[in-house]
Design a protein around this ligand. Structure first.
Ligand SMILES: NC(=O)c1ccc[n+]([C@@H]2O[C@H](COP(=O)([O-])OP(=O)(O)OC[C@H]3O[C@@H](n4cnc5c(N)ncnc54)[C@H](OP(=O)(O)O)[C@@H]3O)[C@@H](O)[C@H]2O)c1
Length: 174
């Protein structure tokens, strides 16, 4: 099995909020568009709560859903019980070379140590939330950034890509 690049993708408010009452705290069409562009055709790994928060199945993408529940209405989902099972399922028949981890916070925590790349929409406003993400640690380096100002009642935001920072034997950044 060839190594697949694992990336996390999420939108995060300035105060760290990513979710509120099972939904996104904001409506940002540009973020939804980017999410679609970056995930289309790729297997998506997600937690059961995120799967249930979707408006429906997202076309053109496999939904690999982690749950510990024995019985659960999983129509449209490929149900898995462990991170290892999720990754092995996501690699099956995957010609894209990528696996998208699409949340929520519980699932990002499990997969962050294995991720090669993180795609963040940084929203430059605070939002009320019940699900939060911490800022990224020093092991992540920004590799691209696209800033967008606030318009039409929508907050300012930035599309930012982070790659894992690898040090060589001399402790220097590669
Ligand atoms: N801003 C963003 O980009 C973004 C992205 C995604 C989601 N969200 C938001 O985040 C919130 C949901 O996030 P969340 O952290 O509460 O839930 P979640 O990560 O979507 O799902 C958690 C569930 O996944 C299952 N699970 C977690 N770890 C597991 C493991 N190691 N093995 C097996 N199953 C495991 C459990 O399901 P069972 O309880 O069934 O056992 C757990 O209750 C929602 O508000 C959603 O809108 C935001």
């Amino acid at each position: 099995m060839n190594k697949k690049e694992i990336f996390l993708i999420y939108a995060r408010a300035a105060n760290g909020a990513i979710g509120n009452e099972g939904r996104l705290p904001w409506h940002l069409p540009a973020d939804l568009k980017r999410f679609k562009a970056l995930t289309l055709g790729k297997p998506m790994i997600m937690g059961r709560k995120t799967f249930e928060s979707l408006p429906g199945l997202l076309p053109g993408r496999r939904h690999i859903v982690l749950t510990r529940r024995e019985h659960w209405d999983s129509t449209g989902a490929e149900v898995v019980r462990t991170a290892a099972e999720a990754l092995s399922k996501a690699a099956e028949g995957n010609e894209t070379g990528e696996i998208a981890v699409v949340g929520g916070a519980a699932i990002y925590d499990v997969f962050r140590p294995m991720a090669d790349r993180i795609e963040v929409t940084e929203i430059h406003e605070d939002y009320p939330g019940d699900t939060f993400m911490k800022p990224l640690g020093d092991e992540w380096r920004e590799t691209s950034r696209e800033d967008h100002p606030a318009t039409d009642g929508r907050p300012a935001y930035s599309f930012v890509t982070y790659a894992r920072h690898v040090e060589d034997d001399a402790g220097e950044a590669a």
